[in-house]
Design a protein around this ligand. Structure first.
Ligand code: NAD
Length: 414
């Protein structure tokens, strides 16, 4: 199976081909600007010491400060972070916000740590990457295994080193310390908007579709809820423990409440059948929303996907080989850099509000998000139709093209 980095590089090569960029520029765009690997020593609650590996990769800075999430996951490594950082670069360019791309991570299972251990890991990792982050340099945000609290600890650590409060150093913070209204649900709301754009283009009424969502975390959980609230029938969801299926339709809000009250997985939720994550991908539904990790739709299972629409909440859930199979089958894939761009869009709004110390209402945030996403979808769809490209290639061509243009305009130093 193609790794995340192989996938990202192949997608870039596809866009470079369409754009007719020269080899030198291709090489520049394929190479991260900065890759930082740090040791993160952790004192466990029992007094023992463990040394974890942490990463921060700034893929490209040609259009503005770097932007991208921080992942806490046991399998995170430098290559994965490089791929995720590259996708952030194209995503920010595609939706027209003035950022480059970055990503960070610590190879750790956050669920195996106590809250105090998690705070120590976060603060030590933050202090190790302080030399390269900052509101004008690189602005982290939550990703898999991190959340608002993680961002609060990073913001506090950075502020303590600076000697004053720097709210704009991270986004996805709690509203009480400079976070934005609407940020928590922004990625999921964007997934819904882009899903509806694809359905509308195909003449499908969203109130008549069935949906399966893989990954019931920050993105998948609220995406399922918003889609359900808008009239879609969400029949299956899953998390790392497995999935659940109810052909009559699930109630995602009730399921989220169930998890908030202490359950650690969706599996076993009353009135549902257990399914595996592999079965969920192949379920007979209209829309599949992969919202967990990379590479879950690949050459080996893409042929068994029955959904007519795949809306990528996750980054890199479909490998290029899987993509080819889906394209041949006529499946509409709304690509990650478009479908999940609502998160970084509202992160940008949060940063703008922090820098101006002037905050917007939730309606203002949601309205601006809707406009931004509709415009990005329209750009991608128009280019795809004009040049006979898939939505993925069209999105990559727009994103990569804008970054290439920034390089050409700025010139090469020295
Ligand atoms: P999260 O940690 O909140 O949730 C991840 C979910 O995936 C959890 O339900 C977890 O149990 C599940 N999961 C983990 N491993 C799995 C596996 N092997 N099989 C099935 N499910 C598994 O993370 P998140 O922030 O919701 O991120 C999910 C995806 O969305 C990632 O690809 C991330 O990069 C992408 N994304 C997140 C944001 C954001 O704002 N958080 C924005 C854009 C894209």
């Amino acid at each position: 199976m193609q790794s995340a980095l192989e996938s990202a590089l192949l997608q870039l090569a596809g866009a470079v081909d369409v754009l007719g960029l020269d080899d030198g520029l291709h090489q520049l765009l394929a190479t991260p600007r900065r890759s930082l690997q740090v040791a993160v020593p952790l004192r466990r609650d029992d007094g023992s010491l463990e040394v974890l590996q942490g990463y921060r990769v700034q893929h490209n800075l040609s259009r503005g400060p770097a932007k991208g999430g921080i992942r806490f996951h046991p399998h995170t490594d430098l290559d994965e972070v490089r791929a995720l950082a590259m996708w952030m670069t194209w995503k920010c360019a595609l939706i027209g916000i003035p950022y480059g791309g970055a990503k960070g991570g610590v190879a750790v299972d956050p669920h195996a740590l106590s809250r105090n251990e998690l705070e120590r890991v976060t603060r030590r990792y933050a202090s190790e990457i302080i030399p390269i982050i900052g509101p004008e340099r690189d602005i982290p945000a939550p990703d898999v295994g991190t959340d608002e609290q993680t961002m609060a600890w990073i913001m506090d650590t950075y502020s303590m080193h600076s000697g004053y409060t720097v709210t704009g150093v991270v986004t996805g913070k709690p509203v009480s310390i400079g976070g934005s209204q609407g940020r928590a649900g922004a990625t999921s709301r964007g997934v819904m908007y882009s899903c509806f754009s694809a359905l509308r283009e195909a003449g499908v009424d969203h109130r008549e579709v069935t949906i399966a969502v893989q990954g019931f975390g920050k993105v998948g959980g609220l995406a399922a809820q918003y889609l359900h609230d808008a009239g879609c029938k969400v029949v299956a969801v899953s998390d790392v423990g497995g999935g659940i299926y109810d052909p009559g339709g699930l109630d995602p809000a009730a399921l989220l409440k169930h998890l908030r009250s202490g359950a650690d997985t969706v599996v076993g939720y009353p009135g549902t059948d257990a399914i595996s994550n592999a079965q969920l991908i192949e379920l007979d539904v209209d829309v599949l929303v992969p919202a967990a990790l990379e590479g879950v739709i690949h050459e080996g299972n893409a042929g068994s996907v029955k959904a007519r629409f795949v809306v990528e909440g996750a980054n890199g859930p479909t490998t290029p080989d899987g993509d080819k199979v889906l394209e041949d089958m006529g499946v509409v894939v709304v690509p990650d850099i478009l479908a999940n761009s609502g998160g970084v869009a509202v992160s940008y709004f949060e940063w703008v509000q922090d820098l101006q110390a002037y905050f917007w209402s939730e309606d203002e945030v949601n309205d601006r998000l809707k406009v931004l996403m509709a415009s990005a979808y329209a750009d991608v769809s128009a280019l795809a139709a004009a040049k006979g490209l898939s939505l993925r290639t069209a999105a990559q061509v727009i994103g990569v093209g804008r970054v290439a243009e920034a390089h050409r305009t700025r010139g090469l130093y020295p």
